[in-house]
Structures are given as structure tokens and as C-alpha cells.
Design a protein around this ligand. Structure first.
Ligand code: EPZ
Length: 471
């Protein structure tokens, strides 16, 4: 039985086998350029089974964590998406050997010698900033550009930096000068164990500080950490004596013993946000589909909400879920419900846009409140172009259902960020007529072959790259 893991720093050396065909890392996962669009004909009815890819956010943290290890690490079930390419490029630019083959990635960071991270790649993703922890701990100094990622509100890194200061480093945020962070170990050598309480259970800061602390000299106590730390660092860790390293995984307090760590092998957990997006696809199209692998506990919030709306959700096997929203009788339909996003185990902010799209097709009106990011409502404007009736004020929105003025109709819309883009695909599947989605590179950052997977479920979705106009 494959054991999924999220974040494992290993103590047993891993010996890579040379069988499989390895390739140095290629670039774009699919033939996507700035002009590529999705064209969707709706309303769709979906059926069949969809396979869920490995988790984007877990992969990003695990890739950064390979910098903590000597020797090779082999990651299985790595999604082929552009964010992972950007992270692989960051590791390669530092001197790590990165190979990918058959959905696996082999990383050996023994050759890493640089402590300044390539800014261009860093600006593409948020997860790249995680490398500040391992590099500072390993080399006693680091220069990292401030990260990019989805434009969904203020995304400071103060908790990352204050935590690193608590582990004995001097950190300078040169926001104005060059938008970079300069940090070095106060003792000129490395980090030392310490105690730090996060003001907010930041996922990213928890990841950075866990990696830094696992290489620091001594014991570190981190309080008010993100329980989900990287998409569910629950108990599925498969290196038995790993526990000796970190106590409290999955709770809000971590005790970490710094040690020298070796690369090893691990299977990345299925992406719960991708699985959830397909669960909502079944609901918004009033269809019945199944999906795997899914860890039911990682999507329990959504299961509760969709059940409340009237969906039937069944677990067919340990990691197989079926979602049905097929009306039981004429006139039967989904009811509205409210959500308020919050840190795990609360309702995921990464599902808020997709849920907003669904609520425009339910009966009744609903309140959607976003409490994690302060500017994550831009998708509402695009959904309004599809004739959704939504009233936004700051970080909350009243969504009017199909009996209160929303009636989705196809139209050209623009993806403004990853999950907002996903909500437009879902709305396009339910809308009458043709929806054209621009700027799909946002969506490709986090969804592997979403158009192909939807086609397999029976959706009429095309990826089109307009031919250059020959003047
Ligand atoms: C991670 O972002 C995910 N990204 C996000 O997923 C996800 O939305 C978010 O966690 C929350 O679950 C990755 O893992 C790469 P945070 P991150 O630090 O680490 C404040 C997706 O769609 N904060 O938990 O940036 C911050 O402003 C992406 O896959 C500080 O104030 O999230 C925000 O309001 C989008 N200071 C809140 O915490 C800090 O130093 C949550 O941020 C750090 C964060």
C-alpha cells in the first residue's frame, strides 16, 4: 500500500537505482503560451472516473526540503505543472542535480554551493521562498528575492524572517533597495535551536522554519504553527524513526531536534485542492463522478458543505470517492450554503473561488467570507461576466443563486490567479453557450492537464493556441 507523505527529512542514506530513463528537467508541461485559451461549451454533464495528481504545495515544500539532505532524494507522484518546473529551476540554479522521469523527481543537492537564489524564477512562485531556511542553516548565509505567486492580497514574509532571527540569524529585508532578503548566522557558522511563536499559523512560515530548525544546532520549539503545514502533514510519515526528529506533527506546537539529514524516498500525497475542484465540478454540473487517490480526511470540510447542499458523497475504497449531484426527482436541486475560510482544519481559502461559482447555480443566496487573504475576490468580477449575480464588499460576497438572478451564460473571461481561474472553468462547464478563458497559464501553475482530465469525464473543453496573425 502506497503511503503518502508530505514532509520527511530522512536519516537513512538513499541509494538511487540507475534503471529508469532520466531526463534533465524540461520546461513547459504542455504547449501553453500567453495566448493559449480554454474554450468550453456548456452546460456539461460529466461521468466516469478522474485520477488526482500529487499535491502542488506539498511538492514545493518537499523539493525545498531536499536542500536539507545530503545524498539523493527520490520523490514519487510529482505533478507536472509549471510551479514545480520553476522550483526545479531554482534548485538547479543553486547547483542541485534535478532529474525527472515517469512522474518522479530525483534531487541531489550535494553540489549546491550558491547562496544567492535566481530572482526571475523566484518571482514566479511563492514556494521558492522556502529555500531560505535550508540554505541559511546549511551555509550560514543566504540572499533571496521576495517571492511571487498568486496576487490574492498582501503576502508578507515577516513571520519567516522573525522565526529565522529566533534561530540565531541576522536578517535584513531590503524591500526598497533590491527587493531581497539578506541573512547570515549571527555566530558566523549556522543556526541554533530556539523558541518562536507565530502570530498567525502561516503555512509558508511553518515550512521554512521546520526546515531551518531541522538543521539547527539544538532543539527548537515552534508554537501556533500551521497544522496543515504543507497540505496535511498529518501522520502519514513513513520513516519510522523520523519521529525522533519532530514531535507534534499535525498539532499547533512542534518540537524539532536539529540533525544531519540524508535524502530518501517518498510518495507525495494527492492534491486535496485538485480533488476538491473535481468534486465541485460534479456538483456544479449535477453529475456523478468518482475520483482517486483522495485522502477523505483531507477534504472533510468540503464533504460536509456539499452534503449540506444536497450532494451524495460516498467512499468507495480507502482512497476512492464518488460525488453525485444528480437530481433525485424533477425540481430537486442543490441548496445554498455559507462558507468562511480559515486555516486548516477550517474551510480552505484555495476552494473559495470554486465554491462561489457553484453557489451561483444553487437555490437561494449565500454568504462567502474570505478571512485568510485580503484581496481574494477578483474572480467575482469575471463570474459576473458570465451573468452571475454577486455583491462583493471587501473580503465577503453575497452570492445570489439561480432562483435569485444568477443564470450562467458563456462569455470571454480572464483568469487572474490559479484558483480564480479554476472557478471560471467550473462556471464554464455549467454555463449555457461558449465560455472562453484567457490567461490560462495561471491555471496551469497548479492543475496538471485539467482540460484532458475533463475531456475524459465528457466535458467539451478545448485548449487553443491562436496562430500568429501573418501581416
Ligand atoms: C500557502 O501560501 C499556499 N501556497 C497557498 O496556496 C494557500 O492559499 C495558503 O498557504 C493558505 O493555505 C503554498 O503552499 C505554496 P500563509 P502561503 O503563509 O504560505 C499571512 C494555492 O492556490 N502571513 O499561510 O503564502 C498572509 O498575509 C496557493 O495553491 C503573514 O502575515 O500562506 C496571509 O494573510 C495560493 N506573514 C496568511 O498569513 C508571513 O510571514 C496566510 O498565509 C506569512 C504569512
Amino acid at each position: 500500500m502506497a503511503l503518502f507523505c508530505n514532509f520527511t527529512i530522512f536519516q537513512k542514506p538513499f541509494v538511487p537505482s540507475c534503471s529508469s530513463q532520466k531526463t534533465q528537467f524540461s520546461n513547459t508541461p504542455q504547449n501553453t503560451n500567453q495566448d493559449t485559451i480554454f474554450k468550453i461549451k456548456g452546460p456539461a454533464t460529466l461521468s466516469g472516473h478522474v485520477t488526482i495528481s500529487g499535491s502542488k504545495n506539498s511538492s514545493l515544500a518537499l523539493l525545498a526540503a531536499t536542500l536539507c539532505c545530503s545524498g539523493s532524494s527520490l520523490l514519487h507522484n510529482v505533478p507536472n505543472i509549471s510551479d514545480i518546473q520553476a522550483m526545479a529551476s531554482i534548485l538547479s540554479s543553486l547547483g542541485a542535480k534535478v532529474e525527472s522521469f515517469d512522474g518522479k523527481m530525483m534531487i541531489n543537492s550535494d553540489g549546491v554551493g550558491k547562496v544567492e537564489v535566481d530572482s526571475e524564477e523566484m518571482k514566479k512562485i511563492r514556494g521558492g521562498f522556502f529555500v531560505i531556511g535550508p540554505l541559511l542553516a546549511r551555509f550560514g548565509e543566504v540572499v533571496v528575492a521576495l517571492p511571487g505567486g498568486c496576487d490574492i492580497g498582501k503576502r508578507p514574509v515577516d513571520l519567516h524572517l522573525r522565526g529565522l532571527r529566533a534561530l540565531g540569524s541576522v536578517v535584513e529585508l531590503r524591500q526598497v533597495q533590491d527587493g531581497k532578503v539578506w541573512a547570515h548566522a549571527a555566530n558566523g557558522k549556522g543556526l541554533v535551536g530556539g523558541r518562536f511563536q507565530l502570530d498567525y499559523p502561516s503555512v509558508g512560515a511553518t515550512a521554512t522554519l521546520m526546515m531551518a530548525a531541522s538543521m539547527a544546532d539544538g532543539i527548537t520549539v515552534l508554537l501556533n504553527v500551521a497544522k496543515v503545514m504543507i497540505e496535511g502533514i498529518s501522520t502519514d510519515v513513513f520513516v519510522p524513526d523520523y519521529w525522533a526528529l519532530i514531535k507534534g506533527a499535525g498539532t499547533d506546537t512542534l518540537v524539532i531536534w536539529g540533525k544531519s539529514l540524508y535524502g530518501s524516498e517518498c510518495v507525495i500525497r494527492p492534491d486535496r485542492i485538485e480533488a476538491s475542484t473535481f468534486m465541485i465540478a460534479a456538483a456544479i454540473t449535477r453529475s456523478c463522478i468518482s475520483m482517486s487517490p483522495v485522502i477523505p480526511s483531507s477534504v472533510s470540510c468540503l464533504i460536509d458543505k456539499l452534503s449540506e447542499a444536497g450532494c451524495k458523497i460516498s467512499q468507495l475504497d480507502q482512497h476512492i470517492l464518488r460525488v453525485s449531484a444528480v437530481p433525485a426527482y424533477v425540481g430537486d436541486d442543490l441548496k445554498s450554503f455559507g462558507i468562511k475560510t480559515s486555516p486548516f482544519p477550517g474551510f480552505p481559502t484555495d476552494l473559495q473561488p470554486q465554491i462561489m461559482a457553484l453557489l451561483t447555480t444553487c437555490n437561494g443566496s449565500s454568504l462567502v467570507e474570505e478571512s485568510v487573504f485580503d484581496n481574494r475576490m477578483t474572480h467575482a468580477r469575471e463570474l459576473q461576466k458570465l451573468s452571475a449575480r454577486i455583491q462583493v464588499s471587501k473580503s465577503s460576497a453575497v452570492v445570489f443563486g439561480k432562483d435569485e438572478g444568477s443564470s450562467l451564460c458563456g462569455s470571454p473571461v480572464t483568469a487572474r490567479d490559479l484558483r480564480g481561474g479554476a472557478s471560471l472553468i467550473l462556471a464554464g462547464l455549467a454555463a449555457k453557450g461558449t465560455t472562453v478563458i484567457l490567461k490560462i497559464e495561471h491555471i496551469e501553475r497548479g492543475y496538471e492537464k485539467i482540460d484532458t482530465k475533463l475531456q475524459i469525464l465528457g466535458a467539451d473543453i478545448e485548449r487553443l493556441t491562436p496562430l500568429p496573425v501573418l501581416l
